[in-house]
Write a new protein. Sequence first.
Length: 374
Amino acid sequence: MDEYQLMIPGPIQLAPEVLCEMGRQIVPHYGREWISFYNETLELLKQIFQTTGDVYIIPGSGSAGLDAAIGSVLGETDKLLVLSNGFFGERMASIGKSYKKNTTVLQTPVTQPFMPSQLADTLDKDREITAVAACHCESSSGLLNPIQDLAAVCQEREVLLILDAVSSLGGINLKMDEWGIGICVSASQKCLEGPPGLGLVAVSKHAWKTIEPKKTPGWYLNLHVWKQFSKDWADWHPYPVTMAVPAVRALRRGIGLILNEGLTKRFNRHKEMSKLLRSKLSELGFLPVFPSAIASPTVIAFNGRPDLSAEEVVLHLEEEHRIKIAYGMGVFEGKAFRIGNMGPQATQDHIICLSHAIEELINKRVRTAKGDNL
Ligand SMILES: Cc1ncc(COP(=O)(O)O)c(C=O)c1O
């Protein structure tokens, strides 16, 4: 399969040095040398999560991380509230319901972020709710939920917040400990500049205090099991399974790039590039689905034009330029297209190249229309 220039909302294309790590010979996933490398990797990841808690790297994907986070921290008497305003909110609701019958779902239209007052009302009306699961960037639409404010509501009521930060961590500022996020889940293949294949779960020290005494089912995706191995086998194999060595090495290179760039500079770059992308495409008549105040800088959705559908844009970029962007999902299917503005994709070169390719389609259409009228 020939290469594309990827501008989808993950996975992203890897930097050459990250890619090189994937081709290196396998080393054992245990032993002194590997453990020192692995533990350093966890420390670097903690800087990105902005936590002093624990980080677990689970071979799998972002959904494996979410499954572990939602499935293994709720005991018999817990009740989960899932905030859903899109496809990935629904996914967390499905995971929640698969473990606990008393999972409840609060929905807003897919065009509206959750308001802190709405969450506060729900929690105040139902005191049985002990945990909330929410999505930071809803990648199906690019809607950004106001996580800092939602976390404050949970913190005031001592309710555990489980956050899906799969398409935001490493691209948007996210202060896990300071904001009071109990469990934060991400994945290797988006703003963290790594290959697909690793789910990442960070658990704050505070969250462990409530989670620790609970007995929960399962083994592979059970955070209690991961914690136990991280203690019992700390000095040679601090996890229960064979670690995905090439993926971890590549991720380590990716997070090295992130930390070398510096978090503040990186978050600003993503913001600046999202502004550029929004303005370039608006000039071409493709309006962003959301105003910037509620839009993620990492996944941006644009409406098709009356004379040029979202689908035509996606197909033109793919067929004529081998640039891959994504279709709209759910209610945006056929109406919008989505662009990933993540890591090495979030550059002026990528955006200019993309907008020229779309402009070419517009010019072609104008020429065809003129030809038709002759
Ligand atoms: C917000 C969000 N949550 C969860 C997932 C699922 O992650 P994965 O496909 O790695 O299992 C994705 C993937 O795109 C996502 O964007």
